[in-house]
Design a protein around this ligand. Sequence first.
Ligand code: ZN
Length: 55
Amino acid sequence: MEATLLACPRCKRAVPVRKRLLLVLPEGDKYEYVCPQCGSTCGTTVEAPPPMGRL
Ligand SMILES: [Zn+2]
């Protein structure tokens, strides 16, 4: 598991957030980063799927 440090708005410090799958979108999977201490959402990201069959 990768550990990402993000600033938590409630804890007021950088925490090793947990990545949680939120939505599956046509342009990629949307994840949110959750603080393991208080459960606050520290941020979101969309990971584009690897381009396949587009050569
Ligand atoms: Zn927190």
